[in-house]
Design a binder for this molecule. Sequence first.
Ligand code: MG
Length: 158
Amino acid sequence: MIHVGIGYDVHKLVQGRKLILGGVDLHYSKGLEGHSDADALMHAVCDAILGALGEGDIGHFFPNTDPRWHNAPSRLFLQEAARMVRLRGGQIINVDSTVIAQEPRIAPHIHAMKASIAHALDVNQARISIKATTNEGLGFIGRGEGIAALAVASVNLP
Ligand code: MG
């Protein structure tokens, strides 16, 4: 049976933080605020996989009140989601995602982000899709106040 899940995440852009997206440091003047490394893309992908499993969301498994996840690299969350798929005897078929950011340009980093997500999930890079768009200057994303990410995942479960 093919199960599909969706994920959405948004984090605020602030001074004094690294901008980590898809496990890659984008070396931007601001970074995403959050308890972990605030990697909105990995969080959206994690939620999509958990959604396909019908297992709730990232906040349930990795609460932002838990000191273990303070500044934690979000690949840990993806590794755990992939482990849950394998425990169920399942297989991740594909992940598609979109980063919505006014700045910086995401496109030059997409190859590295795909490799990083594929590695964390232990799947072939061909199964991971990452796209990027601006918000045409509209709203909080358009003003550069935050970055959002959307993801869908399909998982084959016995
Ligand atoms: Mg998040």
